[in-house]
Design a protein around this ligand. Structure first.
Ligand code: PEP
Ligand code: MG
Length: 764
């Protein structure tokens, strides 16, 4: 038998070499072979690692320890992991392997090149087993000794406690698991980002590129609002360009780690990419899509005039900032551990991390399954990282449900006991469609094509657009979700919940006022809303004024002065609070006014929790007093208190431009069922006859007065309910991002059926 090499350069590797170089190494090799500009790299093969184990005599003693460990005993697991890692780190690397690594490293460049040393694990019997994220990567490595040390550290990381636990739970024999190590030139990108080779929803040949200054983590993690460029591959031209305000970037610090730094003012609004760069990037995206025969999700970086492609993989979800989440229904055969409400579709597997309070947030890692009693606004940064979310409390309209849907992260809420049943490190799979949590990792392969995108079931690639007479809009809460929302092709935004933008700042509006920092608040709000307006040029965006119950403000800076209410849902929220706190109202209006002044006449304002037309008139009067031409802008109300549905005619006479049913609240206030209380969630019935009567009567009055009538509560994402609403005359529907395709299809089908019914009736 010919001896397997210790070292392989990317140029010599193809996708069939996984057993030798692991999944990561094989993918980089394949990308290189099709001419993508991958940063220089070589791989220390899995065979070099086996040779190390055999020649050092470690093999038997090490595997004996691993076979004997009780992985459920976390102390014992930690001890064995530490011992085995020490054994690997303390043993001497075979001379020939060492020499070959040093010579390959020397061949990378004249001076000692700064490299990243990455683990690429593989299993003999299942070459494509995904061990992603369980072994280490070391960045900013330089010099022979440091490279050798980092390779050995990667080898040792195969025996981290988490990795041993995962393999034991998945039934892998440690003897069959190997590790290769990629040593790759580290790119200190001046600008970087992600791109989709084709439109992620329709499959059209439109390359969508997001980019920002500095290292790519800023875009991938969603911590900045990147620029967005759309390149039409048929017409070979830049089709759309949205330049955002980029306030932060991630840069390397010295030889270790990275840090977040402010971007100088003069570069914040500067476009990251020139048209030529957009064109070049799109060409690489196209090469990759043609080679793999499926739309690709790529990471890119630019230094000076050189473009690098860092990663290319099939698009698995409709979102930008994707985290390789699963899609469709699970085919898991593990035991059912928990049941709750399927709050955000998609399937995700991973280790559980229980978050009791803010102290636990630091422990949350990329790919974890976040488990909490209920999520709250200070958890949003952690919610961005995780693969899935499970809560004890809440229904389809709770904080966790709304934010997960925005982020495109599968979620199951209202399981009643997840924080008690599950333990840190348990491997689970959740199905965010069915609302079930299973034991173990999913057996389902992640769907490779965009047609399987979460919630987009039935959306055919490159299908003709569906035209509906009913406007199908989308709900948005986070600026970072704007691109995903716009990619649905929605006819506008029927609800922009701005409180999530404010809650994410972790300071209450009252804090800004007490610190005389109103300007900061106004700027944040202005920038956040602008991102959404820019994503929907020429389409209406209904921005809702603040509506956060006092308890949601409690943990924030300034939260200590928030009143303690017996029932915050019935208390000081929505327009009631703004009318009693003109200073808070005024800051918001100032941000809107500046946007109107800049020409964003697609911005309409919507007031929440209005119970009487006088509140609408009072709000309008205040706004006019602050210099807004109230007759030139659209001002509407949410119908979410039964009193406003009953008094709809008076609202129409008071001059509302539109009304939108906030059924999440309308149902709870009509039926006296707390929307966040899972004990009564079975009685929370959107189609309760009393709710339907309020809605039907109010739609009829709006039609009589020619007032646009819409829905933005969760019921607007339910096809059955939407069918009923259209039959009863609603003029627009605003759904969650994931639900837009199916709601559009429902609307088209319902409209056609109604026309057909009318014709048949006439001909009968
Ligand atoms: C509603 O009440 O239906 C609504 C859309 O508002 P929120 O869920 O933010 O209360
Ligand atoms: Mg509401």
């Amino acid at each position: 038998m010919t001896e397997m090499p210790n070292i392989l350069w990317l140029e010599a590797i193809s996708k069939d070499d996984i057993p030798l170089v692991g999944g990561k190494g094989a993918s980089l090799g394949e990308m290189t072979s099709i001419g993508l500009p991958v940063p220089k790299a070589f791989v220390v093969t899995a065979q070099a690692f086996r040779k190390f184990l055999v020649q050092t005599g470690l093999e038997d003693s090490l595997f004996d320890l691993l076979t004997a460990v009780d992985v459920e005993n976390s102390e014992e697991l930690e001890d064995v992991s530490r011992n085995v890692k020490d054994m690997v780190l303390g043993a001497k690397m075979p001379e020939d392997v060492k020499e070959e690594i040093i010579s390959a490293y020397g061949a990378m460049g004249p001076d000692d090149m700064v490299v990243a040393v990455r683990s690429s694990a593989t299993a003999e019997d299942l070459p494509d087993a995904s061990f992603a994220g369980q072994q280490e990567t070391y960045l900013n490595i330089r010099g022979d000794a440091a490279v050798i040390e980092a390779v050995q550290m990667c080898w040792a990381s195969l025996y981290g406690a988490r990795a041993i636990y995962y393999r034991a739970k998945q039934g892998f024999d440690d003897r069959t698991v190997n590790i290769a190590v990629v040593v790759q030139q580290l790119i200190r990108s001046e600008k970087s980002g992600v791109m989709f080779s084709s439109h992620p929803v329709t499959g059209e040949p439109l390359t969508i590129i997001e980019g920002s200054w500095g290292l790519g983590e800023a875009v991938v993690s969603g911590s900045v609002s990147p620029d967005k460029y759309v390149y039409d591959r048929r017409l070979k031209r830049v089709f759309d360009r949205m330049v955002s305000k980029k306030e932060y970037m991630i840069v390397p610090i010295g030889d270790h780690g990275t840090e977040l730094v402010d971007i100088p003012k003069d570069r914040q609004d500067e476009p990251v990419l020139s048209d030529t760069e957009v064109e070049q990037l799109a060409a690489f995206a196209e090469t990759s899509e043609e080679h793999y025969n499926v739309p690709q999700d790529l990471e890119w970086a630019i230094v000076g005039n050189t473009i690098y492609i860092l990663q290319s993989r099939p698009i698995t979800t409709i979102g930008m900032n994707t985290k390789a989440k699963g899609a469709g229904a699970s085919q898991n055969t593990g035991a059912v551990l928990l049941e709750g409400n399927g709050a955000s579709p998609g399937v995700a597997s991973g280790p559980v991390i229980i978050v009791h309070d803010i102290k636990d947030l630091g422990k949350v890692k990329e790919g974890d399954i976040l488990v909490a009693k209920m999520t709250n606004p200070d958890m949003v940064p952690a919610m961005r990282k995780v693969a899935g979310i499970i809560t004890d409390e809440g229904g389809m309209t709770c904080h966790a449900a709304i934010v997960s849907r925005e982020l495109g992260t599968p979620a199951v809420v209202g399981t009643k006991k997840a924080t008690k049943t599950l333990k840190d490190g348990d491997i689970v799979t959740l199905d965010g469609e069915k609302g079930i949590v299973y034991e173990g990792a999913t057996s389902q392969a992640v769907a490779p094509a965009v047609v399987m995108a979460a919630g987009a079931s039935g959306a055919a690639v490159a299908a003709a657009p569906i035209i509906t007479a009913t406007s199908i809009k989308v709900n948005v809460s986070l600026a970072e979700a704007a691109a995903r929302a716009a990619a649905t092709g929605a006819d506008g935004v029927g609800l922009l919940r701005i409180e999530h933008m404010i809650l994410g700042l972790n300071k209450t509006p009252g804090w800004y006022i007490s610190q005389n920092k109103e300007e900061e608040f106004i700027t944040e709000l202005y920038n956040g809303i602008k991102v959404v307006l820019d994503a929907f040029p020429g389409k209406p965006v209904w921005v809702r004024t603040l509506d956060a119950p006092t308890d949601e403000f409690r943990n924030m800076l300034g939260g200590e002065t928030e009143p303690i209410e017996h029932n915050p849902m019935l208390g000081w929220r929505g327009i009631r609070r703004d009318l009693q706190s003109p200073a808070q109202f005024r800051m918001q209006i100032e941000a809107f006014k500046r946007l109107w002044d800049r020409g964003y006449d697609n911005l309409g304002l919507m007031f929440p929790l209005v119970g009487h037309p006088e509140e609408f008139l009072k709000a309008k009067e205040l706004i006019a007093g602050w210099g807004v031409d109230v007759d030139a802008v659209e001002l509407g109300v949410m119908i979410e208190i039964p009193s406003s549905a009953i008094l709809i005619e008076d609202f129409c006479k008071a001059g509302i431009s539109f009304a939108s049913f906030g059924t999440n609240d309308l149902i709870q206030y009509t039926l006296a069922i707390d929307r966040n209380n899972e004990l009564v969630s079975s009685m929370y019935r959107p189609k309760h006859p009393a709710v339907l009567k309020l809605i039907r009567d109010a739609i009829a009055v709006c039609r009589q007065y020619g007032v646009e009538c819409s829905i933005c509560g969760q019921a607007g994402s339910d096809p059955k309910m939407v069918e009923w609403l259209i039959e009863n005359g609603i003029t627009s529907v605003s759904a969650n991002i994931d639900a837009v395709p199916k709601i559009r299809e429902t609307a088209a089908r319902t409209e056609k059926r109604m026309i057909l019914d009318a014709v048949r009736l006439k001909n009968a």
